[in-house]
Ligand binder design. Structure first.
Ligand SMILES: NC(=O)c1ccc[n+]([C@@H]2O[C@H](COP(=O)([O-])OP(=O)(O)OC[C@H]3O[C@@H](n4cnc5c(N)ncnc54)[C@H](OP(=O)(O)O)[C@@H]3O)[C@@H](O)[C@H]2O)c1
Length: 275
């Protein structure tokens, strides 16, 4: 049975009051900032994600899915599949990340801001993967300048120094399966962006997982059945259960939802004989 953390008792999606936790301070080692907040489960949940040197590479995928593994309806509606606690969790994850990444379909369907609004913390750099330039610059991440935005495109679809609205265009060589997630991480690390939150959608998170580029994957399961719609994780077909991924996990209660966090770093450490 995986360890269980319950953060349900925390006041749901109400903005944390002035004087509450400055979430990015945790990245500077100020873990006591969390301990002062009278909900110890938060230390258990976020402490391991903030630990280590400031430039520790950490790539965390997050998806909210239905009981039957869907992240949105077939037409692309995903608001609000999971509850207020998961939404607040997502904003905290943004605040403790250097950058938040999404795929082009998510920007087309949701037009998200990708900023920190439900807790105290600074906005991460916003990163959109749009290899063939399907976005026209009218979406919010390009129109507002509350946080920097990087637009990752395939080489040949833009040049270094080009802008789309407020966003900076970053061309990346295309590999056999699109833009290699490990190369994306390397390019972002060169810009000082080490802690990444891959926030969707299913295709984008799946590509990071398939490339072995995720240290952790957080899947929030909401007690709802869609019966159809866009899938969460999709990987190349396997023929035997032995080929399935079986990471170490921990279970986090988020109100009505349950988040399972998979730790792929722990698997690597065990395989390397470190743990
Ligand atoms: N429930 C949730 O947690 C959640 C979170 C976010 C979004 N959503 C929902 O999910 C839906 C969108 O998800 P989705 O899975 O359809 O798409 P998505 O992941 O948002 O975008 C996928 C597209 O991004 C590009 N892309 C991503 N990674 C790439 C890579 N490594 N290399 C090259 N291109 C890459 C590709 O664009 P091209 O097709 O142009 O090659 C790909 O088809 C929306 O309906 C949204 O509302 C739900």
């Amino acid at each position: 049975m995986p360890p269980e953390i319950d953060v349900t008792a925390h006041p749901s999606a109400e903005p944390e009051p002035a004087g509450g936790v400055q979430w990015q301070a945790l990245l500077d080692g100020d873990i006591e900032a969390l301990a002062q907040w009278p909900h110890d489960p938060l230390v258990s949940l976020y402490g391991p994600l903030c630990a280590g040197p400031r430039d520790r590479p950490l790539v965390v995928g997050h998806l909210a899915q239905s009981l039957d593994g869907r992240i949105a309806t077939a037409s692309g509606i995903s608001r609000w599949l999971s509850g207020a606690e998961d939404l607040l969790h997502t904003h905290r994850m943004r605040a403790i990340s250097d950058a938040v990444l999404v795929g082009v379909n998510t920007v087309l369907h949701d037009d998200p801001q990708l900023t920190v609004r439900l807790c105290l913390g600074r906005h991460p750099v916003r990163v959109v993967i749009d290899p063939e330039r399907r976005l026209d610059g009218t979406q919010r991440v390009f129109m507002d300048d509350v946080a920097p935005t990087l637009l990752l495109v395939a080489a040949g679809f833009g040049h270094e120094g080009e802008r789309l609205g407020h966003a900076q265009v970053v061309p990346i060589e295309r590999g056999a399966c699109g833009l290699d997630p490990r190369e994306i991480c390397r390019v972002l690390a060169q810009r000082g962006l080490h802690r990444l939150l891959v926030e969707g959608g299913g295709i984008t998170v799946s590509r990071f997982l398939d490339a072995g580029a995720l240290h952790r994957l957080q899947v929030t399961v909401a007690p709802v059945i869609l019966g159809s719609g866009r899938p969460a994780i999709t990987l190349p077909e396997i023929s035997d259960l032995e080929q399935s991924l079986r990471p170490r996990t921990r279970r986090v209660m988020l109100g009505e939802d349950v988040m399972i966090e998979c730790d792929f770093e722990a698997v690597d450490a065990v395989q390397a004989g470190d743990g």
